[in-house]
Design a protein around this ligand. Structure first.
Ligand code: PEP
Length: 256
């Protein structure tokens, strides 16, 4: 399967930005700007408390509202956490798991990421699984080994059937929120290495059918070049997902 047959997904990661009223205002502003754009699936992943307001504002549009994390347990004594069943009941389909900020600041490991992935998939959600190398790993020339290992550990126990609901976001940690972007060639090469790791686990057909996004300072200026690459099937966008005009240009770069 080639790129043209894969689902292209442009997803915003709002991180800890936007109160409910701010999210409402943002979605109402961007909704007409994105109307009729059918070249990609459009998602904004929002803080838990902002999801309902964003969903209401997005009603009747092509905008999906997702979450930024989910807990691995079904229920119980996990103060402050939110389960997949809770998100599902709120009408949330997409969820980011394993973002580098979770790994860096909240002690997420490949084991907890894997547990969250399995919980979300078991609830029928679509996972945006983030992985990528840190600067020292890239400089040491071990990027392929790092992303391949993360792919295998984070997807351990995930069935071939469940892979239909997995999107991978290749996010070099050194490029997130830094203004540094992987070159289109680096993004393409590493997304291809992740695809190779998927092929080792699930076979070539599933690997070639899996959507692999690039994330890391993607913006209105560099999106077209990155998204044109064979192995790049969309983007996970932080900073530029907070500015309607910038996000619109990225969506358009993914095809109209
Ligand atoms: C992200 O948060 O996933 C991200 C890629 O952020 P930014 O676009 O700001 O680098």
């Amino acid at each position: 399967m080639n790129k043209a047959k894969r689902k292209v997904v442009i997803a915003g990661n709002w991180k800890m930005n936007f109160t409910p009223s701010e999210a409402d205002k943002f979605i109402r502003e961007i909704k007409p700007m994105l109307a009729g754009k059918s070249g990609c699936e459009i998602v904004f992943c929002a803080p838990y408390v902002t999801i309902a307001a964003a969903q209401k504002a997005a009603e009747g549009s092509n905008i999906n509202i997702g979450a930024e994390n989910v807990h691995f347990a079904e229920k119980g004594a996990y103060t402050g956490e939110v389960s997949a069943a809770m998100l599902k009941e709120c009408g949330v389909q997409y969820v980011i798991i394993g973002h580098s900020e979770r790994r860096q600041y909240f002690a997420e490991t490949d084991a907890t990421v894997n547990a969250r992935v399995k919980a979300a998939l078991a609830a029928g959600m679509t996972v945006i699984l983030c992985l990528g190398e840190v600067k020292e790993q890239r400089l040491s020339g071990i990027t392929r080994e790092v992303v391949s290992m993360q792919t295998k550990l984070d997807l351990e126990g995930v069935t071939a059937e469940q892979m239909k609901n997995v999107i991978i976001a290749y996010e070099p940690v050194w490029a997130i929120g830094t203004g540094l972007t992987a070159t289109p060639e680096q993004a393409d090469e590493t997304c291809g290495q992740i695809r190779d790791a998927l092929a080792e686990i699930y076979g070539r057909e599933i690997a070639d059918g899996t959507t692999i996004q690039y994330g890391g300072s993607m913006n209105e200026k560099n999106a077209a070049e990155l998204l044109a690459k064979e192995n790049v099937d969309g983007g996970l966008i932080g900073g530029a997902s907070l500015v309607p005009e910038k996000f619109k240009v990225i969506v358009e770069a993914a095809g109209n």
